[in-house]
Ligand binder design. Sequence first.
Ligand code: C2E
Ligand code: CA
Ligand code: CA
Ligand code: CA
Length: 274
Amino acid sequence: KMAGRRRVSIFGAQMDDAIQNRAAIEAELREALRTKTGLSVVYQPKYAIDGVRMLGAEALVRWQHPERGPISPAVFIPVAEEANLIADLGLWVLETACRDAMDWPVEHLAVNVSPVQLRSAGFAETVFAALAKVGFPASRLELEVTETDFADAEEIGVENIKTLTAAGIAIAIDDFGTGSSTFERLREISFDRIKIDRSFVKNITESEGDAELVRAMISMAHAKGLKTTAEGVETAEQRDILRSFGCDELQGYLLGKPMPPTQLIQVFGAGLAA
Ligand code: C2E
Ligand code: CA
Ligand code: CA
Ligand code: CA
């Protein structure tokens, strides 16, 4: 069968493989979602600027494929979006995360939302139903949406955000600084937090320009009453600069990598005992 496919076009073989590969990933993801096997949720801790107090955790989905091994969400989330699987996958992540985080001594649980979910009618109601099902309080949930999503967001996305925030759910703008038309949206919708993209944090110690940009983002956010989280903090130098800029929250490998819930509970244990 393989050889037959390859005979179709020698020049197109590579592209053919990519398409086949994508189709296979789609079918396998559909199956994984149906049987709930190979999928899991890990949590990356989010710390106060002191680097000691854990304020929250971000849920990140993982897929361990039986033959291919771990597949990055950067690969399979876009597939899920195109294959109409993102609503189911996103809901599964949300319910799993709320269940896991029910008794955690943190202020908020952050869950990523795809623009495809955000733009679908009834998304806010789906979130409310999931919270009710699990018994997780709306006031402890934070949804992370990407800045670029707003550039082309239809009104329905804006409506969903307004309905969600009215119910006490916080909204964070993920990867802040990488999109284009946030400022316009900032006038229209009230967000709760910006998450400064890792690409800025990465350069903060080397580039004075980037450091100035980050400082400006933080003061702009504070002027608008928004909290700030720096993503991808990997070094103590980065942490110290962010601290001097008055950033509110730190997230990154320096403080903690994404980990399974059992491991995160051990981190709390240590924090609570300290
Ligand atoms: P994101 O939301 O910006 O998540 C942060 C990514 O940066 C995560 O990658 C995390 O593991 C990684 N990261 C955290 N700290 C550091 C650091 O100090 N250094 C470096 N180099 N990386 C760090 P991950 O888990 O592979 O997720 C990639 C992207 O996939 C996420 O980016 C998010 O856009 C998407 N994603 C993950 N889980 C979900 C989900 O449940 N739903 C949706 N819609 N998207 C998801
Ligand atoms: Ca995120
Ligand atoms: Ca991010
Ligand atoms: Ca991202």
